[in-house]
Design a protein around this ligand. Structure first.
Ligand code: IFM
Length: 455
């Protein structure tokens, strides 16, 4: 018999969010699929990066991950049993095109077609992310996102995928967290391809946004009734002190962390101050690029984890700001500050400054070091509380009139957490990476009870 969740729902109920609210979980291809060379999939930059000594903290890779490639029916059953009405996942580009100019890989497309059918059969509305960081390695070999041809390759890939799945998939997210693609991948080297070059990172950032903008009309043309958006990692930015220097640091940091993306996507071009501070490292922007990036979208995906506290730092990067970790703040086991009120404030700020038609929290979740009890249960009370408090924060935003229409928990399953390998767990279901057994944690049991799912 399943143990009942110990936390009450408090004053929170599913009905508070309205009947049309989208309730989901998010995942991404490389983090869960495995099946690294199944059905003609070719290596991505992450397969290559995982081979570099020291790149992944536990020396692991994504070749098996959660074996979702084979176990997806079980995972979709789990989604249905939770009472979700949506599921967000990403498509692995290296499953769809094995080389530049090659014909699309039918076996790769078939996999996602079956997956989508499996979702629909279980009452889960598919939300597809087209790029969640797994660039085909052959494109990286030709310069990756610094090469403008990668933008063209992305648009062709989007065209093929949306033609194939667009009869059943109506919700499309072009990119997940372009800031991470650009900065972790190309400036701090924490992510694939592991480069450390400011001009490279900034050119990547621009081309990723351009590929978003150029894909929007393609998706609309191929998918009648499509809802198209992008998922950004956004953060409230606070000052480390009351000093004027730190207050100005907040403005500079915000101008790249948040406004660089939002201003461009909502038709204002790139903010002037960071562009000036980039100097000769600024990206090459061709005529028409900014207009393309500003293609109107239907929704904004907000990935929220934590606020950032910054100080003025003359020696730190082109922005001259550095992130500090003040003492005494509640943090997850990953060190990320727990600040649900930051989510309410962030959603309100975006609505006020950019007025997207709809917003969805496309990722939100927490990383704690789970302990498996003697009876096999995982009593992750802190993750459950994180979830409850962040849902209350979303409800508050809705009560304040912010058009937030859905929430996707990160993540359905423990998975490959990038450079941390399998050391960091974000799932509401525990994955034993030896047996591949999935066990719903207390947080997942709470979500299921809250949503009215069936054990
Ligand atoms: O696991 C990642 C995900 O791929 C992108 N957003 C943040 C998550 C937690 O780090």
């Amino acid at each position: 018999m399943t143990k009942q969740p110990s936390a009450p729902h408090g004053s929170l109920s599913r009905a508070d969010f309205g009947a049309d609210f989208v309730w989901g979980c998010s995942t991404s291809a490389f983090q869960i699929e495995g099946g690294a060379s199944a059905d003609g999939r070719v290596p991505s930059i992450w397969d290559t990066f995982c081979q570099q000594r020291g790149a992944i903290r536990d020396g692991s890779d994504g070749s098996v991950a959660c074996d979702h490639f084979n176990r997806w029916p079980e995972d979709m059953d789990l989604g249905r049993s939770l009472g979700l009405n949506a599921y967000r996942f990403s498509i692995s580009w290296p499953r769809i095109f094995s080389a530049r100019g090659a014909a699309p890989n039918e076996a790769g497309l078939d996999f996602y077609s079956r997956l989508v059918d499996g979702m629909l059969a279980r009452g889960l509305v598919p939300w597809v992310t087209l790029y969640h960081w797994d660039l085909p390695q052959y494109l990286q070999d030709a310069g990756g996102w610094t090469n403008r041809d990668t933008v063209a390759a992305f648009v062709e890939y989007v065209d093929v995928v949306t033609r194939r799945l667009g009869d059943r998939v109506k919700h499309w997210i072009t990119h997940n967290e372009p800031w991470c693609t650009a900065i972790h991948g190309n400036l701090d080297g924490m992510h694939a391809p592991g480069l450390k070059s400011l001009p490279t990172a900034l050119q990547v950032c621009h081309h990723v946004l351009l590929s978003h903008g150029l894909s929007v009309p393609v998706i609309r043309a191929n998918v009648p009734g499509a809802a198209v958006g992008i998922a950004l990692s956004l953060h409230p930015i606070m000052a480390a002190s009351d000093s004027a220097a730190d207050q100005q640091a907040v403005a500079r940091h915000d101008a790249f962390r948040n406004r660089w993306f939002l201003d461009a996507l909502y038709g204002r071009g790139y903010p002037v101050e960071p562009l000036q501070m980039m100097g000769a490292d600024a990206p090459i922007i061709a005529p028409g690029d900014l207009a393309a990036i500003a293609a109107p979208t239907d929704f904004l995906g907000v990935n929220y984890y934590f606020p950032e506290v910054v100080k003025d730092d003359a020696n730190a990067g082109f922005l001259r700001t550095s992130v500090v970790l003040p003492e005494g703040r509640e943090r997850t086991d990953f060190g990320w500050e727990v600040a649900p009120e930051g989510l309410t404030a962030l959603l309100a700020r975006i609505a006020r400054d950019y007025a997207p038609p709809d917003m969805y929290v496309t990722e939100n979740g927490s990383c704690y070091d789970d302990v498996v009890g003697e009876d096999g249960s995982i009593d992750d009370g802190k993750r459950r509380d994180y979830l409850v408090r962040h849902l209350a924060a979303v409800r508050q935003a809705r009560d304040d009139g912010v058009p937030v229409k859905g929430y996707f928990a990160w993540s359905l399953l423990d998975n490959f957490e990038w450079s941390e390998g399998y050391l960091r767990r974000f799932g509401i279901a525990y994955v034993d990476f030896v047996t591949q057994k999935r066990t719903l944690k207390a947080s997942g049991q709470w979500y299921r009870a809250f949503l009215g799912g069936q054990a």
